[in-house]
Write a new protein. Structure first.
Length: 644
C-alpha cells in the first residue's frame, strides 16, 4: 500500500471526530439544493464505506454523521423553497434549472409525501425535491418525519457498495486479484457469447433466403447432387431459414473437426494451444472460486446430463411426441457412441505429458454437453415465436462454454480435447437438427421439458459437486519436477517462492503426521464454504464453530488444515495449513510446505465475524509439539520435520 494512503488512513484512525465532520459536510452538500449536482458525494461516500469495510472507521459513527448531514442539507433546501415559494424560479442559480423544477413539481403532484422519501434515492430529482416540497407548501410536521427517515435510510444504501468493496479487500487479500480477474473473465465470456450468438442469428436469419437461392441455383447445375440438396434448400419451406443456419454451422463444425483430428496426431496428441490455455487459465485458480467452478463443471458431466435427459425423454413419450422423443434418444445414443469411438482413437495418438495418464474417453463430456443442451435448444426453438428462437441457443451456448471453461480451470481436459468434442457434438446435432426440422410438424409446450431439463441439471450439479474432477483435483500438486537429496534438504531446507510466509516443511507421508498432531491436541476445523458462511453472520457465534477462510499457495488450495486452541485466549487459535509441492527427496519421500500462524477473531460491521491473520507477533516455537517418531530441526524461521 502506498505510504500516502497509509498516512491518510492513520490520520483518519487517530482523528475520528474530524472524519465524522467531513462525512457530515459531504452529506450536507449532497442534499443541498442544486449543490448536490456538482459535489461528487456518491464517490466520496463510496470511499468512506470502503474505510468502514476495512475496519478503519466505525459503521455506527459514520452512519450517524452521514444521516445528520443529509437531514440538515435537505432541511435547508426545504426552507429555501418554503421561503421563496414560486419566486424561486427567478432566483439564481435556479433560473438555469427551471425544467428540473418543473419535473420535480410533476413528481410531487403524483406522489405527494412519498416523493420526499423516493426523491432522496432517485438521482435526477434528488437535489431538487426538498425545494419543491417547500414550494408546494408542505407542512413542516409532515415533511420532517419523511426527511429524517429518508436521511437515515439513504446513508447505508449509498455506502454499502464501498463497505462491500472494503470488506472484500480485507477478506480476500492475496487471492483478491485472482478472484476479481476470474469474475471479469467469466463476465466477458458470458456477455461476448450472448452478444455473438444473438448477433449471428439476427444477421444470418434475414439473409437465409438469399443464401438458399444461391445454393439452389448451384445444385441445379449438378443433377446428382441436386437430388439430395433440393429438399433441404427449398426456399418455399417455412423452416428454410433455420435449415440454412444449420447448414452453415454444419460446414464450420465439419471443417473444425477434420482440421483438429489431423493436427492432434501430427503433434503427438498435444497442441501448442493446450499449453497456452493451461498456463493462462491456471493463473486464475483460487480456492475462493473452486466450489462455484465445480458447480459449473458438473453441468457438462454425464451424471448430470443423462438423468436430466431421461426425464425429458419420459415427458415426450408421455405426451406422445414420438418424433421428438425418437430424435432426442438418437441424439444421445449416437452422440455417446461417436464420442466413445473418436475418443478412443484420439487416446491412441496422445502421449502423456507431465505424469498425466491418457484418458480412454477424453472427449466424452464435451460431446455430450453439446448434444444434450444443443439438441434440446433445437427442440425448444422450434416451438417458440420467431423473435424468441435465439434464446434457447444462447442458453445452450453459455452452459457448454462455462462447463468447458471450468474443465480448463481444473485442468480436467486439454483445450484440443474440448475443441474436438465441441466440434463433433455440433456436427452431430446439426445433422440431426436438419432431419428433425424438415419432418417435425406437431408442436408441444416448451415450459415442462425445459423445467425438467434445467431444474434437474441444477439440482444434480449441486448434489454431485466434489466428484469426478472437482476441487479435489486441484489440491494435488503437479507431477514431480524436482528431486533433491534428503541430506541437502535437512541441512538447508527447500526454497520456494515467498508467496506466503511458509515456516514449516514436512518430509514423508502426510496422513501419519496429521494423525500424530491430532493426538497432541490439534483438530480439523470447519472450512469456509457456502454451507458454513451463515455461521460467520451470526451476532454471537461460538469461536469453535466459525470456519477458517481458505488460502492459496502457488494458486492451489490447502491439502490439509489443522487448528489448535489456546485456553488462555478464547478468541484466538493456531492454524496450520499444508500444501503439496512438486518436490520429492531422493529417497522417494514427498515434500510438503506449511504455514503455522496465529489467528484472531475479528468482527466486521457488527454482524460478520471471521478468523483474521494479523502480522506475526507470536513465535510458533511453542505451538508445534515434539512428536514421537519424528525429529525436528530449526533453521532460522523455518521448522523442518521428518519421520525417524
Amino acid at each position: 500500500m502506498p505510504e500516502w494512503v497509509t498516512a491518510i488512513l492513520e490520520w483518519i484512525r487517530l482523528h475520528p471526530a474530524m472524519a465524522g465532520l467531513t462525512i457530515a459536510l459531504v452529506a450536507f452538500l449532497e442534499g443541498l439544493a442544486l449543490v448536490g449536482i456538482v459535489v461528487p458525494g456518491i464517490v466520496i461516500l463510496f470511499g468512506f464505506g470502503a474505510l468502514v469495510g476495512l475496519g478503519v472507521l466505525d459503521l455506527a459513527t459514520v452512519w450517524i454523521w452521514c444521516s445528520a448531514g443529509a437531514i440538515l442539507g435537505d432541511g435547508l433546501s426545504f426552507w429555501l423553497g418554503h421561503h421563496f415559494k414560486s419566486h424561486i424560479r427567478d432566483v439564481w442559480p435556479f433560473t438555469r434549472f427551471r425544467d428540473l423544477l418543473r419535473r420535480g413539481e410533476e413528481f410531487f403532484r403524483r406522489h405527494g409525501l412519498k416523493s420526499v422519501l423516493i426523491g432522496r434515492f432517485v438521482g435526477p430529482i434528488r437535489p431538487i425535491m426538498p425545494v419543491v416540497a417547500g414550494m408546494m407548501n408542505m407542512r413542516l410536521r409532515r415533511y420532517l418525519p419523511a426527511n429524517v427517515l429518508a436521511g437515515v435510510l439513504w446513508s447505508p444504501v449509498y455506502m454499502l457498495p464501498g463497505i462491500v468493496f472494503g470488506a472484500s479487500i480485507e477478506l480476500a487479500k492475496a487471492v483478491a486479484w485472482r478472484l476479481a480477474l476470474l469474475i471479469c473473465v467469466l463476465a466477458v465470456l458470458v456477455w461476448g457469447l450472448s452478444w455473438g450468438v444473438r448477433g449471428a442469428y439476427r444477421y444470418l436469419a434475414p439473409h437465409a433466403s438469399r443464401f438458399l437461392t444461391s445454393v439452389l441455383r448451384w445444385s441445379q447445375r449438378h443433377p446428382l447432387l441436386g437430388r439430395f440438396t433440393r429438399p433441404l434448400v427449398d426456399p418455399q419451406q417455412p423452416e428454410s431459414g433455420t435449415l440454412a443456419l444449420f447448414a452453415v454451422l454444419l460446414l464450420l463444425a465439419a471443417w473444425g473437426l477434420v482440421s483438429l483430428l489431423i493436427a492432434v496426431p501430427l503433434e503427438g496428441g498435444s497442441l501448442p494451444i493446450d499449453r497456452a490455455a493451461a498456463a493462462a487459465v491456471g493463473e486464475l485458480r483460487t480456492p475462493w472460486a473452486d466450489q462455484a467452478m465445480d458447480f459449473l463443471l458438473r453441468f457438462g458431466s454425464l451424471p448430470v446430463l443423462l438423468p436430466a435427459a431421461a426425464l425429458v425423454l419420459a415427458w415426450l413419450l408421455w405426451r406422445r411426441r414420438r418424433l421428438a422423443a425418437y430424435h432426442w434418444l438418437a441424439a444421445l445414443a449416437i452422440g455417446f457412441a461417436l464420442a466413445a469411438v473418436i475418443g478412443y482413437l484420439l487416446s491412441l495418438s496422445r502421449t502423456p505429458v507431465d505424469g498425466e495418464s491418457a484418458r480412454l474417453l477424453p472427449i466424452m463430456d464435451p460431446v455430450m454437453s453439446v448434444v444434450g443442451y444443443g439438441f434440446f435448444a433445437i427442440l425448444a426453438a422450434r416451438e417458440l415465436p420467431r423473435r424468441r428462437r435465439v434464446w434457447p441457443y444462447v442458453v445452450a451456448t453459455l452452459l457448454v462454454a462455462l462447463s468447458a471453461f471450468a474443465a480448463l480451470y481444473f485442468d480436467a481436459y486439454r483445450m484440443s480435447d474440448l475443441m474436438i468434442g465441441i466440434s463433433l457434438g455440433v456436427l452431430w446435432i446439426t445433422i440431426l437438427g436438419i432431419a428433425y426440422r424438415r419432418h417435425s410438424r406437431r408442436s408441444f409446450w416448451v415450459v415442462p421439458p425445459a423445467t425438467l431439463m434445467f431444474g434437474a441439471a441444477g439440482v444434480l450439479a449441486v448434489v454431485t459437486a466434489g466428484g469426478i474432477a472437482g476441487p479435489a483435483a486441484v489440491t494435488q500438486a503437479p507431477g514431480p519436477v524436482q528431486v533433491i537429496a534428503a541430506e541437502e534438504w535437512w541441512g538447508s531446507a527447500w526454497t520456494a517462492a515467498a508467496e506466503r510466509p511458509i515456516n514449516v516443511q514436512l518430509a514423508g507421508e502426510l496422513e501419519p503426521l496429521l494423525a500424530a498432531l491430532e493426538q497432541t491436541g490439534w483438530e480439523k476445523p470447519p472450512l469456509a464454504d457456502w454451507r458454513t458462511a451463515l455461521e460467520m453472520m451470526q451476532p454471537a457465534p461460538t469461536p469453535r464453530t466459525l470456519p477458517v477462510l481458505p488460502a492459496a499457495f502457488h494458486n492451489r488450495p490447502e491439502t490439509a488444515v489443522l487448528n489448535r486452541w489456546d485456553p488462555a485466549v478464547p478468541e484466538g487459535q493456531w492454524v496450520l495449513r499444508v500444501w503439496a509441492t512438486p518436490v520429492v527427496l531422493d529417497d522417494g519421500r514427498p515434500l510438503w510446505v506449511a504455514e503455522l500462524a496465529w489467528h484472531e477473531l475479528r468482527r466486521l460491521l457488527y454482524f460478520f465475524q471471521y478468523w483474521h491473520q494479523p502480522p506475526p507477533t507470536r513465535g510458533p516455537d511453542t505451538a508445534l509439539p515434539n512428536l514421537a517418531g519424528y525429529r525436528t530441526r530449526q533453521l532460522g524461521s523455518m521448522t523442518l520435520i521428518e519421520k525417524i
